[in-house]
Design a protein around this ligand. Structure first.
Ligand code: ADP
Length: 176
């Protein structure tokens, strides 16, 4: 079974085969983790995103696309588009879970053995952090038995609030 780890760090420093970006549907970069990934990874990542845009016109919410990782220590960046929180009645939960599932599926296709996730949608997209963490961990745990290449899954929390929430929920899960 793959190992799940929770750490507090900047995802651009993580040496996983794939790091996941909380992108927007334009794939043209933004603030938060997206801004950091493009800033540190360099223009190659944006150039690849532009090629994907030309081919398929961006990325839909809940879907994922992959590029190289430029100057980052990872091999690939998996760009997934989280839902914008609109109160909870616009399929936000389902779409957020889909982000984690489609990123794992893509990482498997790319034969990645490790993948690092940020806390998708909990920044400018305003998804409530506790709900988002429960959805993320539940979605990933449900996929574990489908994974053949991935051995390590890292949840990279940037802010301490998310880190404490994830630790709490993991403890609860392991008590079940
Ligand atoms: P979204 O638009 O999906 O909400 P954000 O980038 O605004 O995306 O925020 C998503 C999460 O990423 C937030 O919890 C934020 O604290 C976190 N974050 C911001 N910068 C980084 C970084 N360098 N590494 C990891 N996580 C980050």
């Amino acid at each position: 079974m793959p190992n799940i780890e929770i750490i507090q760090a900047d995802i651009t420093t993580i040496k996983a085969d794939a790091i996941v970006n909380a992108a927007n549907s334009s794939l043209l970069g933004g603030g938060g983790v997206d801004g950091a990934i493009h800033r540190v990874g360099g223009v190659e990542i944006l150039d690849e995103c532009k090629m994907i845009r030309e081919k398929q016109g961006g990325c839909r919410t809940g879907h994922a696309v992959a590029t190289g990782a430029g100057k980052l220590p990872a091999q690939y960046v998996i760009h997934t588009v989280g839902p914008i929180w609109q109160g909870g009645n616009n399929e936000e939960e389902k779409l957020l879970a889909e982000c984690y599932v489609s990123s794992l599926e893509l990482a498997e296709k790319l034969k990645c053995t490790s993948i690092a996730f940020p806390n998708i949608s909990t920044g400018v997209y305003h998804f409530p952090k506790k709900e988002a963490a429960k959805i993320a961990l539940t979605a990933v745990k449900k996929q574990l038995h489908h994974l053949t290449c991935i051995q390590q899954i890292i949840f990279v929390c940037y802010d301490q609030e998310n880190y404490l929430i994830y630790q709490d929920i993991m403890t609860y899960f392991s008590d079940l």
